[in-house]
Design a protein around this ligand. Structure first.
Ligand SMILES: Cc1cc2nc3c(=O)[nH]c(=O)nc-3n(C[C@H](O)[C@H](O)[C@H](O)COP(=O)(O)O)c2cc1C
Length: 260
């Protein structure tokens, strides 16, 4: 049976309308669940970098939320000056959205991490044990070879000793730059030193193999075949630990402020 051109066009348009209604309805109805999953993933990463969950450990969502709520305090800090902003609700603050808003962000000073704009305010996480902060967790981001890497760096309360690092989002090549996710590589970070005695950021990834933390405190093994991603990690740490990043906040923390 042959259909007229008019029939074919109307039929195709009807199929498009039905499909687009279906896709839009799915997107709207799943948005809340996607947001909840995103939050859960961040919470897991924060707990993992703090050493409170094992890499790849699977816990029920309610258990992750319970551990996070009991042990982690989220704060908003102003990068310039490093003060905490107790009046800003961290649950409602999205630094990535703020970084895209000219009224709530500023151009990054010249840097090697490929960072162009920075939100004026950032989130920091405190792990609290027996009323004391036992780790400070800083969000970090910067360019690798193909993508922007987003992750967290955990520091001991001395703010010099590294507790861990993790990347929760990137588009580097699996097996090359994507090895930033490898638990074996991440295990090389704890015990290294982020800053030297003068509080200059020194931690970074070298090309080749680093010594143990006692003899080679500022260097971590390079990712083989992925020098560009490795360099990106060094450069993003240089930025976020420096004066344009969390440097002022960490100074404030050491002086007894910024503890929440
Ligand atoms: C398909 C493809 C994917 C690559 N992915 C990465 C990557 O994710 N990160 C990276 O640093 N280098 C990657 N490289 C390698 C870089 O081009 C470059 O050769 C490498 O970073 C140099 O590191 P090396 O000095 O350790 O060999 C990739 C190369 C190819 C051909």
């Amino acid at each position: 049976m042959q259909h007229s051109a008019r029939y074919v066009v109307i039929f195709a348009a009807a199929v498009c309308v039905v499909c687009s209604v279906f896709v839009s309805a799915a997107a709207v109805s799943l948005r809340e669940r996607q947001e909840a999953n995103k939050l859960l993933d961040r919470q897991k990463k924060v707990l993992t970098v703090a050493g409170m969950m094992r890499d790849g450990e699977s816990l029920p969502a309610a258990e992750v939320a319970r551990i996070f709520e009991t042990s982690v305090r989220t704060h908003v800090v102003r990068l310039a000056g490093g003060r905490m902003l107790p009046d800003v609700d961290p649950e409602l603050y999205d630094p990535r959205q703020a970084a895209a808003d000219p009224d709530r962000s500023h151009p990054a000073p010249s840097n090697r991490a490929g960072i162009l704009r920075v939100a004026d305010q950032q989130l920091v996480y405190h792990v609290v044990e027996d009323g004391d902060v036992s780790a400070v967790i800083l969000p970090i981001e910067g360019k690798g070879l193909w993508s922007t890497l987003y992750g967290y760096l955990a520091l001991a309360p001395d703010t010099r000793t590294v507790r861990g690092i993790t990347f929760y989002e990137h588009g580097e090549t699996p097996g090359l730059g994507g090895e930033v996710d490898n638990p074996g590589w991440k295990a090389k970070w704890p015990g290294r030193l982020a800053f030297d005695e003068d509080w200059t950021p020194r931690i970074g990834v070298k090309k080749g193999v680093a010594g143990p933390p006692e003899s080679d405190p500022y260097r971590v093994d390079g990712l083989s075949g992925a020098t560009i991603t490795s360099r990106g990690v060094t450069q993003l740490l240089e930025f976020w630990l420096g004066e344009a990043g969390f440097g002022p906040y960490l100074t404030e923390f050491r002086s007894g402020g910024g503890r929440g």
